[in-house]
Design a protein around this ligand. Structure first.
Ligand code: GLU
Length: 621
């Protein structure tokens, strides 16, 4: 669920420290209090309607890429998006008609000129899409593609970026249209240079309208977070534009998003951003958050004075400059082990267990963690190449949040090499819908050398079965194992065995039968003669799968209540001995009781040793 944390600070007035809960909200609240009193700057007035803004309005909103919102002050006050629209319409144009067309018409170099300069570059193209010439060219591209639907296409795209339906401020639109001769001049210059191929006044109307779209600080924070989330709106989950379009829009925001302050901004704040003369600033920390500020007083560059202060202080205090990063790539390897450390939850008969124990290094498991990008996966590929080649290499993705295209390429290449060395490569938990796995899923589809299992445990069990087969063991579920081979009844003489056997009866259960239910009174022991059962926790987690020759329900000897469920995975045959009969019998046969209890201790001790190894494996990382 997406949450909104709102500071109780009353709008426009600096007050007592607000009673807020999270550290980030407290910090934003403090910024708001510190800068609300700053009254430097002036309202934009070259579009007459903008001069009617309330200079006291001041809002800050931050939206994380997991969709959590922090807001302080006037975050719900609407204002016109103005030049902030340029970044999003540029992303939309790239998404809509592709980079060749867009890049053929608009450059990506900083202009070093005023945003509304009536000038093109040496190739008669706008310098970039963040200055008016480039933005009008962008609106032209969309007009060419969509005709009369151009503005509606833009409005709907912006609405998807914001996660709500956005409207237009008609008064601001009319005001700019009536006074926008400079932009008109740019429009005709673009037409004469063949950058605009359609009706200039229609294109300018699209441009003026897109600048007059009403947003609030929260909207632009969500829009910024959508850019920071590779185009997926973190609140609605919608992929608004393709990731490459986002990356290119963010690039131009980085070099040219803040008017003539762009160089200074990226040097100091270090985040791609875009501001508008309506008083908004949107900043994005890729893969982390979007920030939206609103305060209509502008400095000499046309940037919101309070907004700039908020961004500079926030970045400085938390060291958020995007070029000042490091990460521990090795933490992407959560665990690296073979069967000697952790096997599947299938209980093995002694002969199988022996085969597997001797070849525990033939199955190797790498459990990965977190977001897998280029360098993380490079590290994983180095690990995959280490040591003698196993028969089975299992790579588990259940704790990962995604894998990039670059990382996918490295990973697939490493898998191919392993497969060429005779290793069976298996991946687990990759069939997830998340867009963050899209490239990996596509690569998997094309690959013939990687097997995929939904669950890690299943993959380990399958690999164990292959080892057992390969080394002469037989995994035969239809085989019947006599009572005398039960570990719990080991060392009983044939006479003792037949006495114990006579206490119970042989019973059949259908496939799927719920043989033991958690919480019930423990009243019998089940010796599995044929078939397969699974022991599961009430949560559905599989604890063990048992085959013929094994006992279940044996904790009845110690515990009055069942702690787990047992289901038949095939039709099964059991010898069922009622607990009451066994107790009564043992009363008169203490030597047999001692043997059984000693056998039980051995079974439990083996289980404990396995569990301890797992604990060790999990806590080592
Ligand atoms: N619509 C405004 C113009 O073209 C946008 C200016 C801006 O926000 O930079 O003049």
């Amino acid at each position: 669920m997406n949450k909104i944390e709102r500071s109780p600070l009353p709008s426009t007035v600096a007050q007592q420290p607000a009673d807020t809960s999270s550290p980030l909200l407290r910090f934003l609240d403090e910024l708001h209090r510190n800068y609300a009193g700053e009254t430097g700057g002036a309202l934009a007035d070259y579009i007459p309607e903008l001069s009617k803004a309330n200079p006291d309005h001041f809002g800050i909103s931050l939206v994380s890429i997991d969709g959590h919102t922090y807001e302080v002050g006037d975050t719900q006050v609407p204002f016109t998006i103005q030049s902030i629209s340029k970044a999003f319409v540029f992303a939309l144009a790239l998404d809509l008609v592709g980079p060749e067309v867009v890049e053929g018409k608009i450059g990506v170099e900083p202009s070093g000129e005023a945003f509304n300069a009536i000038r093109l570059n040496a190739q008669n193209r706008p310098f970039n899409a963040m200055v008016n010439a480039g933005a009008i060219a962008c609106s032209g591209i969309i007009h060419e593609a969509k005709g009369e639907e151009a503005f509606e296409t833009i409005r709907q795209a912006m609405s998807r970026f914001a996660g709500r339906d956005l409207d237009v401020d008609e008064a601001v639109f009319q005001s700019e249209r009536a006074t926008g001769d400079r932009n008109r001049a740019i429009g005709y210059l673009l037409k004469s240079s063949s950058v605009i191929g359609t009706d200039v006044s229609a294109v300018l109307d699209v441009y003026f309208r897109q600048c007059s779209i009403l947003v609030n600080a929260h909207d632009i924070a969500v829009m910024g977070a959508t850019l920071g989330n590779r185009g997926v709106n973190p609140i609605t989950g919608e992929q608004v534009v393709a990731p490459y379009a986002v990356a290119r829009a963010l690039s131009v925001m980085t070099s040219s998003g803040m008017y003539d302050y762009a160089g200074e901004w990226i040097y100091r704040v270090g985040l791609p951003a875009k501001s508008g003369v309506g008083g908004g600033i949107v900043a994005t920390f890729p893969s982390q958050f979007g920030l939206g500020t609103f305060s209509p007083l502008l400095d000499s560059h046309g940037n919101s004075t309070r907004g700039i202060k908020v961004c500079e202080t926030l970045s400085d205090h938390f060291n958020l400059h995007m070029l000042n990063r490091t990460s521990n790539i090795q933490s992407c390897l959560f665990a690296d082990y073979d069967l000697s450390k952790s096997s599947s939850r299938r209980s093995r008969r002694p002969d199988e267990a022996e085969i597997l124990a001797e070849r525990s290094d033939k199955v190797r498991v790498l459990e990965l963690f977190g977001a897998l990008a280029f360098t993380e996966v490079d590290y994983v590929t180095r690990k995959l190449a280490e040591g003698p080649a196993p028969h089975f290499m299992i790579v588990d993705f259940r704790r990962t949040s995604g894998i990039t295209g670059a990382a996918t390429k490295l990973m697939m290449d490493a898998f191919k090499t392993l497969s060429g060395r005779g290793v069976t490569v298996i991946v687990t938990a990759v069939d997830r819908k998340a867009a963050a796995f899209a490239e990996f899923r596509a690569a998997m589809k094309d690959s013939t050398f990687v097997r995929s299992f939904p669950l890690l445990d299943e993959a380990i069990e399958w690999s164990e079965d292959q080892i057992v087969y390969r080394y002469g063991g037989a995994v035969d579920f239809s085989q019947t194992v006599p009572l005398g081979e039960q570990a719990l009844l080991k060392e009983l003489t044939p006479e003792e065995l037949s006495l114990v056997s006579a206490l119970g009866e042989t019973r059949n259960f259908d496939n799927g039968a719920h043989i033991i239910a958690a919480g019930e009174t423990s009243d019998s022991l089940y010796f599995l003669l044929r078939g397969l059962v699974s022991v599961k926790l009430p949560t559905g987690v599989r604890l063990a799968t048992l085959t013929s020759g094994m006992v279940f329900g044996e904790l009845a000897l110690l515990e009055p209540r069942r702690s787990a469920d047992v289901f038949a995975d095939t039709p099964i045959v059991c010898h069922v001995i009622p607990l009451a009969a066994l107790h009564q019998f043992c009363g008169g046969n203490p030597k047999i009781e001692t043997k059984i209890m000693l056998n039980l201790s051995r079974l439990l001790s083996a289980r404990l040793i396995r569990a301890n190894k797992k604990v060790d494996l999990l806590s080592a990382n």
